[in-house]
Design a protein around this ligand. Structure first.
Ligand code: ADP
Ligand code: MG
Length: 584
């Protein structure tokens, strides 16, 4: 279709388009144009946060010389003609606004040659005005350079977040499109450094390796299911690979990245009973359905869509993912190792408080203590109790139950100690003591391991390298999105480096949210959690004794760093009453 200006009545029916508000939106719009042009190779080069310079080149169909100025007019598009076309949109763009909006707030150089023409055109546009136009010899395709974004609207600049955050956003956007279009080879350069590339092989798995690392892919299962007119394809993590929030659930509908709470929920639902509460899977999933069954014309950034039959989309998604992860348990579909289900089941059985054998006892015993304060030597323990310095009586270890709890006694009665929580507390206080004394807590890795992360995550880690090194993590950037783990906090030397990095990224991302613990706190707590003995680990008598002695030396031995109790106490009186030896 030739580029033409849409009629007023069609324009009136288009959901109000968003003005270009930040460099990331420019990148997104330009990428969409290249993809709509059928490009097989897309190269992006960004300087700084993108305000200085964004350049994109593609080998798509190119713009005809006669239409090149038209492309910069508002509501000029080659992708839509009548209002009814709005109900069967197959392209990413359709409003004809992006180039006009970008051009009005920047300086653009564009060269393009249409496949059917022999000579291309070069255009210079400044603040929306065409300054120069001349024929040039260029390969078929389009190169657009956007410079000095917002140079003429200084007010807009103020609202931009820091440069790092913008760099990260750009990397995420490019990564997402690369996932949605595995048949297109993407190449992203930031400040002259290649940070991401895909080979255009058409395999989503290849893109995931480049975007998230082989390590992730190995722990994901392929999802491939279709039902009626809906198909779901992609990869979803085995339950053992999970994150603290939903942000790693990436969804596409008909090649368009969408943020749809319902669909995201469908993915989470597919893991019902397979993930601990508060943990979410990593998934990259594409839902394909008839374009007429989905309305993309509802949101300014087109990130939200409306389904004709939302329930059908929901169940298609949920069923496809559920089948894949359940099926994945028996038949590993991925090359490489099988998903680690056994490990997961164990973890779930032993770490979920609701399912742990000691829980019933705790539920029964705990409320009683609040009102039953008759024993002056008893240590009041309750969930709401603030962690304050308190000394423990000398405890004599009796034994271990459920490979999770240490039974101990003191003159004041019986104590049940949660070995994991107690160890977390011990490590936390040790770590904090060393940290505040500025003692180095790092331990050099004997064989430094490399860990690959997503481009946006890599930028985030780079930003926080000094903080991480203070905490004992020495990570050395190595290649675009790879870090060599040179040293980790000494107490973590047994934990898998990739697991450590994954946890840190979680913390760094969460740490950015207001009203939460500081990033340092989060990282320290996680470190202690990862290093602590697990529930389900059988301990020798000496190990239990060692743990109890160390707990006795803690400042706040009664709670773990997260505020949960490390032990429950049953007084001698209480025991006697329970056995009917003492009147109530
Ligand atoms: P829309 O994408 O909604 O049509 P844009 O303002 O983004 O609106 O682009 C206007 C028109 O310019 C497009 O419809 C398309 O015909 C042409 N165009 C823009 N970028 C490219 C490109 N990279 N390759 C080929 N044509 C392009
Ligand atoms: Mg467009």
């Amino acid at each position: 279709m030739a580029i033409h200006v849409l009629s007023q009545d069609v324009v009136a029916q288009i959901a109000a388009g968003e003005v270009v508000e930040r460099p990331t939106s420019v990148v997104k719009e330009l990428l969409e144009n290249s993809l709509d042009a059928g490009a097989r190779h897309i190269r992006l080069s960004i300087t700084g946060d993108g305000r200085k310079r964004i350049q994109i080149s593609d080998d798509g169909c190119g713009i005809e010389a006669a239409e090149i100025e038209l492309a910069f007019l508002r509501h000029a598009t080659s992708k839509l003609e009548t209002a009814s076309d709005l109900y069967r949109i197959q392209t990413l763009g359709f409003r004809g606004e992006a180039l006009a909006s970008i051009a009005s707030v920047s300086q653009i150089k564009l060269t393009s040659r249409n496949q059917a023409e022999n000579i291309g055109t070069a255009l210079v546009v400044e603040g929306g005005e065409i300054r120069q136009r001349k024929p040039v010899g260029v390969p078929a395709g389009t190169v657009i350079t956007v410079e000095n974004l917002f140079y003429n609207t200084p007010a807009r600049l103020k609202f931009l977040k820091g440069e790092m955050s913008e760099k990260r956003q750009i990397a995420s956007v490019v990564t997402r499109y690369a996932m949605a279009y595995p048949q297109v080879a993407f190449h992203l350069e930031q400040d002259g450094r290649e940070v991401f590339r895909t080979n255009g092989s058409g395999n989503l798995a290849d893109v995931i390796v480049n975007a998230l690392g082989l390590d992730h892919l190995k722990n994901m299962v392929e999802v491939d299911d279709s039902h009626n007119d809906m198909a779901v394809y992609g990869f979803a993590s085995a339950p053992s690979l999970n994150r603290a929030d939903r942000s790693r659930i990436t969804l596409f509908v008909n090649g368009r990245y969408v943020q749809d709470t319902g669909l995201t929920h469908a993915v989470v639902q597919a893991y019902h009973t397979l993930l601990m509460t508060g943990r979410y899977p990593i998934a990259i999933l594409m839902l394909t359905l008839n374009p007429e069954d989905v309305d993309v014309n509802v949101h300014p950034t087109k990130a939200e869509i409306r389904f004709r039959d939302h329930d059908a989309a929901f169940s298609a998604m949920q069923r496809a993912v559920r089948r894949a992860i359940i099926g994945g348990a028996q038949t590993p579909t991925m090359r490489g190792q099988a998903p680690q289900y056994h490990q997961f089941e164990e973890q779930q059985r032993l770490e979920l408080p609701m399912e742990s054998p000691g829980q019933h006892a705790r539920q029964r015993m705990q409320p009683d203590y609040a009102e039953n304060d008759d024993d002056p030597t008893a240590i009041p323990i309750g969930l709401g109790q603030p962690a304050q310095p308190r000394t423990l009586p000398m405890l004599r270890v009796v034994g271990q139950i459920a490979a999770s709890y240490i039974v101990a006694e003191a003159p004041a009665g019986m104590y049940l100690v949660d070995q994991h929580a107690a160890h977390e507390r011990i490590l936390y206080e040790q770590f904090m003591a060393e940290y505040t004394r500025q003692k180095t807590v790092a331990q050099l890795a004997l064989t430094p391991e490399s860990v690959q992360v997503a481009p946006a995550e890599a930028r985030l880690i780079e930003e926080k390298l000094p903080l991480l090194s203070e905490l004992g993590f020495q990570l050395e950037p190595f290649g675009p999105n790879i870090f060599i783990v040179r040293a980790v906090p000494a107490i973590l030397s047994d934990v898998e480096p990739s697991e450590l990095i994954r946890g840190i990224i979680d913390d760094l991302e969460q740490g950015n949210k207001p009203g939460m613990e500081s990033i340092e706190d989060k990282i320290v707590m996680r470190v202690c959690k990862q290093a602590a003995v697990k529930a389900g680990q059988v301990l020798s008598y000496e190990q239990m004794q060692g743990l109890i002695r160390q707990l006795e030396r803690c400042q706040s031995p009664l709670t773990c760093p997260h505020g949960r109790p490390t032990m429950i106490h049953m007084s001698n009186d209480r025991l006697a009453r329970e056995f009917g030896r003492l009147g109530a």
